[in-house]
Design a protein. Structure first.
Length: 263
């Protein structure tokens, strides 16, 4: 009887924790909805005014009334407004990920990676980039969210190898400290491992915008997309020696990821 009472107490405590977590998630979703509405409606209008009027000031007859210093100031305002608009759009995409539903189906990640890299290569055909995509990697997941994650991971690898004479990008299966995972590996700029936890926070950059362009939110979107499917993502790197991003999803096991592969 004592054991039954203890089991009942544990089950009640577990139910309470699940309920608390559900309520907290619902509250977070409502906060994100409100944040998204603010971005969409309250902030876009004044930003459009700043962008529009600064653009007008850079055109005749107003431009001629400004000296070179004044023109430079207005150009900076205009560029800053465009960058802010881009950042707001990125944030809105992040908010939408939190409220979008997840549809699970079989997804050919190898074919998806091949398609994404082909698009990147066609945009800059002069670059020397050696790519290796392991065939037959398929998982159960949401194709839209998985493509978003891969576009950001492979796009990152493409971007951060742009200063290499020959870039190397690998997409395949591996083990990391005994965990079966899928990875994107490159020989690019890398980063200091002690700052790895900052990579997945919105607008946290480990390289300056003058070194590598970007909004600093791509990896946050990749993480959100994978978390929505019950997966996780992490990274290992060395500054100047490339980076490897690992991710795993429910159902990805040592058997499905090939334990005989070189780590």
């Amino acid at each position: 009887m004592a054991s039954t009472a203890q089991d009942d107490a544990r089950n009640a405590e577990l139910s309470r924790r699940v309920l608390d977590s559900t309520l907290q998630l619902e509250a977070t979703a409502r906060e994100l909805e409100a944040f998204g509405a603010t971005l969409s409606h309250d902030l876009r209008a004044p930003l459009r005014s700043i962008e529009g009027f600064s653009k007008l000031l850079l055109q005749p007859p107003h431009a001629e009334q400004l000296d070179p210093v004044g023109q430079d100031y207005v150009q900076r305002i205009h560029r800053a407004s465009l960058r802010l608009a881009q950042m707001m759009e990125e944030l809105l995409q992040l908010v939408r990920l939190a409220r979008s539903g997840v549809k699970f189906e079989r997804v050919d990640l190898s074919g998806m990676a091949q398609d994404i890299l082909a698009g990147l290569r066609s945009a800059v055909p002069a670059r020397r980039v050696e790519t290796e995509i392991e065939p037959d990697i398929a998982v159960s997941g949401d194709p839209r969210l998985l493509r978003l994650a891969l576009e950001n991971l492979l796009g990152n690898a493409w971007k951060f190898t742009c200063k290499n004479e020959t870039a190397n990008i690998f997409f395949g299966r591996t083990l990391d400290e005994g965990v079966a995972a899928i990875c994107v590996r490159d020989n690019g700029a890398g980063f200091e491992q002690k700052y790895a936890d900052r990579l997945f926070r919105a607008f946290q950059r480990l390289h300056s915008a003058t070194e590598f362009e970007g909004s600093g939110i791509g990896l946050a979107k990749a993480q959100r997309a994978l978390h929505a499917q019950g997966g996780r993502i992490w990274a290992r790197a060395e500054r100047g020696a490339g980076a490897t991003f690992y991710f795993t999803l429910p159902g990805v096991t040592a058997e499905t990821t090939g334990t005989n592969l070189e780590q």
